[in-house]
Design a protein. Structure first.
Length: 147
């Protein structure tokens, strides 16, 4: 596990040095979150440990079900949800956590990631579809173990 203190100091320094750039387009907490998120993503990219973070190419998009309803994610047991999140690519995991754990509106996520709201909605839809598929595989594997 990486020590968080150097990262925290670096993030606070970025926030302090960029205070004059805060334009009140979003809440201050959203702006701070954005700086923190971007710092973490930059760190991951620099270290190239996790490969491609986001898959935005519509041409490479797999066939998706019509929609995975939020209830499907919310009904997962905690352990299953934890496993599903761990199995998701980091970009998908991060966007779902921003939406459902941090309860950020689509507009704020779009501002942070510098993407359109429709692109964010599409990415969330894809991430939910992947999460649902992972859940189904986990449930099938669990059924096989019991048999």
């Amino acid at each position: 596990m990486l020590p968080s203190l150097p990262f925290t100091q670096e993030i606070f320094l970025k926030i302090f040095l960029n205070l004059s750039k805060f334009g009140e387009k979003a809440q201050f907490s959203t702006w701070v979150y954005s700086i923190t998120y971007n710092f973490c993503i930059d760190f991951i990219r620099r270290n190239k440990k996790l490969g491609e973070l986001f898959t935005d190419d519509l041409e490479r998009a797999p066939d998706l079900p019509d929609d995975v309803h939020d209830e499907a994610l919310l009904q997962m047991e905690v352990n299953t949800l934890r496993q599903v999140l761990n199995d998701l690519p980091i970009g998908d995991r991060m966007i779902l956590l921003m939406k459902y754990q941090d309860d950020l509106p689509i507009r704020d996520i779009a501002l942070m990631l510098e993407k359109s709201e429709s692109a964010i909605k599409m990415q969330i839809m894809r991430a939910k579809a992947k999460a649902q598929k992972i859940r189904e595989v986990l449930e099938r594997n669990e059924t096989v173990k019991r048999a």
